[in-house]
Design a protein around this ligand. Sequence first.
Ligand SMILES: [Mg+2]
Length: 178
Amino acid sequence: MPTENDHKRRAIFFDRDGVINTRIVGGYVRQWSELQLTPEIASVLREVKRRDFLAIIITNQRGVGLGLMSEADLESIHTNLQSLLLRESGAVFDDIFTATDIDDSNGRRKPAPAMLFEAAQKWNIDLRQSWMVGDSTSDIEAGKRAGTKTAFLITDNTEDIPEATAILKDLSELLPLI
Ligand SMILES: [Mg+2]
């Protein structure tokens, strides 16, 4: 007898800054001209989509809450990001979840797992068969709390390496694991 699980999808959840685009240390990507793709994201996204995973961005964007940029600025950056990825990789992210709050009081910002649960509900995702990929301990924490597998990406800014399902020296190391 078919169960709800038969129709569940697998997803790769991507943190944005540091994974999809270069992180601006101590600051925010406030406009499109400041966004630079990381070297491997286009090929990794293409392959993730080819293997029939959902690809979903899960990002804290406190710059909006702090008034450094507007919701419209953020949306415009993401529209441009999707267009660029379509040109570079022939694929786009299926969805983008953002937490713009400045603090953790409403429980959506990572390390809270709230955005992962929202995505799972909306897209009927099996979290246990999914991965959260990020360059911060808060990404890994959010993944663990949501019940996903976790991949920590080491960057030039890495200080502490958390315990995760996998530690990646570059993003393409994810592909043999999924
Ligand atoms: Mg990050």
